[in-house]
Design a protein around this ligand. Sequence first.
Ligand SMILES: [Zn+2]
Ligand SMILES: [Zn+2]
Length: 105
Amino acid sequence: MEFCPDCGKVLFPKDGKFSCDACGYEKVVTEESKKQYEVVEKVDKEDTIIVTDDNVKTLPTIKVICPKCDNKLAFWWLQQTRSADESETRFFRCTECDYTWREYD
Ligand SMILES: [Zn+2]
Ligand SMILES: [Zn+2]
């Protein structure tokens, strides 16, 4: 929550700015702070892929066609998505082009 530096009232978001109803003070939301919000939202929404280039080579492979390069072999692993009551999702990573995708049921 943002507070007015002039009168101490709560600032309300309006037109990309925070403005004070009491005295008319306006605080511009800077690009910098917008970016921080976006990054946090992104991390929260996307399923985090835990596989890194270091450990992917230890994964089992499966015959599956890469949607990107038509290669027929991919590494695969199971991963719990964000909500715990969902079943695990299978992820694939192409052995050729490193394209990573998930299996939808
Ligand atoms: Zn004010
Ligand atoms: Zn591929």
